[in-house]
Design a protein around this ligand. Structure first.
Ligand code: AMP
Length: 431
């Protein structure tokens, strides 16, 4: 109803304070403040609030004690009385159908008049209370069998609401006819600041909308595309000054083959890494040259070389350990810092980021499915640039841990640190 009303008023639901009055056999009022339901008249059970077809609505809790003592009612008796024999039925004595009650009242039936009076009075009380809760009201909306069809109830409920800026156009109220083709009508007077609307209930549509939203959220993981995974073997980035020292002044690195990230390439040139414990030969240099030297190795390489390198984002080499670089021509250079273990990360474009719902420097989890060694990578850094191509970068240790093959992909997990049960061993499992 709130949504329909906002559309009808050509307004943003988030800028409206609405009071919706659902008056059917069950009845309730709701305060919808800027798109959020902030108060509703039903309580832990539907019994609280408005007078309904057969429910009492609000009453003095002392009445329960009184009924238990004077009428000797137990829980069952109270339940039957308050839920099925009260409300319009109890007050009118002729049943719960508002049409009969209105007809009898017109013929002078006092009990039916009282029923209408109590029903409308309680409703007006709630409208006033909810206007106070929200600090004002932009539209009051009637719906449900009574709300849509009973001009007299709308007339009674709207009486004396001028202080809220709400006045009814009596002729329009009387002649109103909401239909599926014309499901919403404005019955407020032209000078009325607060609109009074009648909306045809469409619960099926609302249920379908909510259901579809739930389903969409439930399967959100599957709606985002898989992320290709690239495995980086140990490699070296150099600055031009280091290239000069190792290969000769002004030497230009030569391209062996392009890499997946645009503009990046593997070079023909390779170096030997010399650590305190061991050396690793044939480590490829990647181009183009950078501002700083950077040697990216795996944890296994660190143990082998005898170096304790930190996990770092590419480019952040401050206070990392140095190493000795040895070229094939025999030139040797000790770099003071630059050895890191790369922080696993995902390159993506701003358009990809939109699809995945992430921002630059977010840290996410990536699930990799694999029959034997599927696993979830935690602490994966998101890096966004229009120049990037969607790809997750991990090192050889990480790829081996997940038993990854070429063409492997990962899925962005939509919950923080939540593992999910894939398989449970049962007594029927073969060893
Ligand atoms: P609902 O639960 O929304 O189907 O509404 C049922 C209630 O609407 C019953 O109390 C009906 O008597 C009432 N109702 C239906 N049509 C009319 C009408 N023309 N005038 C007054 N009440 C009506």
């Amino acid at each position: 109803m709130a949504q329909r009303a906002a559309e009808y008023l050509k307004a943003d639901l988030r800028q409206l304070r609405l009071i919706t009055c659902h008056l059917g056999n069950g009845a309730s009022v709701c305060a919808v403040e800027y798109g959020r339901s902030v108060e509703t008249s039903m309580g832990m059970t539907p019994l609280e609030g408005l007078v309904m077809g057969t429910r009492s609505g609000d009453l003095d809790p002392g009445i329960l004690l009184y009924l238990m003592e004077k009428e000797n009612l137990d829980r069952k008796g109270l339940d039957a009385l308050l839920n099925r024999q009260s409300g319009l039925q109890g007050l009118s004595g002729v049943g719960n159908d508002m049409r009969d009650i209105v007809e009898r009242a017109a013929e002078g039936d006092e009990a039916c008049r009282l029923a209408i009076h109590v029903f409308a009075h309680r409703l007006r009380k709630y409208i006033g209370a909810y206007a106070a809760v929200m600090g004002g009201v932009d539209a009051i909306i009637f719906t449900g069998g009574i709300g849509e069809n009973s001009a007299i109830i709308r007339h009674r409920a709207s009486q004396r609401l001028d202080f809220l800026g709400a006045s009814l156009d009596e002729d329009m109220n009387r002649d109103l006819d909401v239909t599926p083709n014309q499901p919403i009508e404005d019955i407020s007077a032209s000078h009325s600041r607060c609109k009074i609307l009648v909306v045809a209930t469409d619960e099926q549509y609302a249920i379908a909308q909510q259901t579809s939203k739930l389903i969409e959220e439930r399967y959100k993981v599957n709606t985002v595309p898989p992320i290709p995974i690239a495995v980086s073997a140990r490699h070296i980035h150099l600055c031009q000054a280091t290239v000069d020292k190792l290969f000769g002044v002004g030497y230009q690195l030569t391209e062996y083959r392009p890499l997946s990230q645009p503009g990046q390439f593997a070079c023909n040139e390779k170096l030997t890494l010399v650590g305190p414990k061991n050396r690793i030969e044939n480590v490829r240099i990647l181009g183009p040259v950078r501002d700083k030297d950077q040697v990216e190795i795996s944890r296994t390489d660190e143990f082998f070389l005898g170096i304790d390198a930190p996990i770092r984002e590419s480019g952040h080499v401050e206070n990392s350990p140095g190493i000795t670089l040895l070229a094939e021509n025999g030139n040797k250079l000790d770099i003071k810092e630059g050895v890191i273990c790369a922080w696993r990360h995902i390159h993506m474009t701003p358009e990809d980021a939109e699809i995945f719902g992430v921002q630059d420097r977010d840290v996410v989890e990536i699930r990799v499915e694999n029959e034997e060694r599927g696993l979830t990578f935690g602490n994966v850094l998101i890096r966004i640039s229009p120049k990037f191509k969607l790809e997750m970068h991990i090192d050889t240790d990480e790829a081996n841990a997940a038993e990854l093959n070429p063409g492997a992909v990962g899925a962005l997990m939509d919950t923080e640190a939540s593992g999910h049960l894939v398989k449970r061993k049962t007594q029927y499992d073969k060893v």
